[in-house]
Design a protein around this ligand. Structure first.
Ligand code: E4P
Length: 224
């Protein structure tokens, strides 16, 4: 399962990218707006920083303008992936873009029926939002399992991108479910590496190592 960061912050991306485990980035209009400034400049910096898929989201609502915007976004760099929302215009624009070999990420997916539609237009990936479903009392992980099963049974080639992940167990469960990609915010990514037994174990190893190298005390040779 490939690991993506869900952010538009270049500082967060640079930090995690140094770990050598980052395969891509997903952005959305809210995340880009949070950074302020010129969205194009924000996207360009991210596209140049990460050697992997970078999802850039369309903001047009009609199929024609969305398609044209998608073409422009895809033209920014070879690693750009165009995000379209799961609405009829998104399907129409996404189908045209995919037909031209542009990689499309269908976003804001909340049902298995929507995931089938995304696969049928030839989307590169489909993004079910797990955390947002959990927020309204639905079972986001159950949806992810269903989508993975449907795609396997039907032989759909689209990647399943588990999105809106809120904690490390979401990531672990997504891997077990068979998701191809998991995207998560910076704070979830940094939690993946943490374990209290790693910290206490390291502390003990280093304390023992320091003790071995400490010079013997003044009473060291005296017999009792
Ligand atoms: C995915 O592409 C979305 O940007 C994202 O996962 C949304 O997550 P949120 O529910 O934390 O906003």
């Amino acid at each position: 399962m490939r690991l993506f960061l869900d952010t538009a912050s270049i500082d967060e991306i640079r930090e995690i990218n140094r770990w050598g485990v980052l395969s891509g980035v997903t952005t959305n209009p809210s995340l880009v707006a949070k950074e302020g400034g010129d969205p194009e400049a924000v996207w360009k910096e991210i596209l140049a920083e990460v050697d992997g898929d970078i999802s850039l989201e369309t903001t047009e609502l009609e199929a024609g303008p969305m398609y044209e915007q998608g073409q422009r976004l895809a033209g920014m760099a070879p690693n750009a992936v165009v995000k379209v929302p799961m609405i009829p215009a998104g399907l129409e624009a996404g189908k045209r873009l995919a037909g031209e070999g542009i990689r499309v990420n269908v976003t804001l997916v909340f049902s298995a029926a929507q995931a089938i539609l995304a696969a049928e237009i030839g989307a590169y990936c489909v993004s079910p939002f797990l955390g947002r479903l959990d927020d309204v009392g639905s079972d986001g992980m159950k949806l992810l399992h269903d989508i993975c099963e449907i795609y396997a049974v039907q032989g759909y080639a689209s990647n399943v991108l588990a999105a809106s992940l809120r904690h490390p167990m979401h990531v672990v469960e997504s891997a077990l479910a068979g998701a191809d990609i998991a995207t998560m915010p910076y704070d979830v990514f940094t939690k993946l590496v943490k374990h209290p037994l790693t910290d206490s174990g390291l502390e003990r190893f280093l304390a023992d190592w320091r003790a071995l190298h400490e010079p013997p005390g003044p009473d060291a040779d005296q017999q009792p």
